[in-house]
Ligand binder design. Sequence first.
Ligand code: BG6
Length: 280
Amino acid sequence: MLQTSISQQTGFAHLSDLPCLKLQYGTASAVISLYGAQVLSYQPTAENEVLWLSPKAQWHNQQAIRGGVPLCWPWFGPASATFNPQNISLPNHGLVRNKMWQVSSQQSSADSVSVTLTLTVQDLPHVQGSTRLQLSVTLNDSLTLTLSCDSVMPQQAALHSYFTVNNLDSALVRPLPSSYQDKVNDTFVDDSSCAATFKAETDRIYHQSAAQLWLEQAEQLLSLSQRGHDATVVWNPWQEKSSKMSDLQLDSYQQFVCVETANLSIDNQALTLSQQLKRT
Ligand code: BG6
């Protein structure tokens, strides 16, 4: 009989006062911070960490936690005019990374353990009234995150996952589309390799990416399935940018890559965006 549990936990890693939930399904576990509804840890087996958390991550002073799976919503990157009609100062990647979410349901069965976290936001800069956002996290032989919002309105979103890499030089993401939007040089690039490797600062948007990607490393393969997306963002800040970020160490960029499942359309739409992770 598989051991399954959902428990409250105060603190994770050096964030010793952070309110969290821990899910356990046999030897697999996941830790979710209620601040930001941010999955911080996913271990398919004990001591085998898939996600990366910065040793300098902070959660006080409204800061977003650097690592795990931050949720970007209702805009991605800087807020464009659609999301910022009054042209005020707004944070990068939306408004929910630094909010305390509520646990709205928990379920545990022989098939999986899952929790749903909810956040109600009053008066977005571009939409009046209240909007409800949900993140459900399901753990079994994989980890599935689904971010949803039933309101039909302009909304972008991303599951901004930070993955641990042991050797950045050998890390590879594929299969990706044969062209991408390069945010470092502000150009569009054709790339017949249909893969991303990490040899310099990397900040790419791959539009209309496939439902199934792989993060490959020496002796390790991570399956990343995505639904409800229209793009995948691949990011590594490299050394110079890392050195300017207060919540990264100088060599942090060698320890992670971000592969982000995103919906970047600004049409009026409801949202269901999911990413499923499985070590094979
Ligand atoms: C990525 C963006 O998704 O997030 C990058 O493509 C950005 O441009 C990075 O630098 C980190 O953003 P933030 O707001 O967490 O520092």
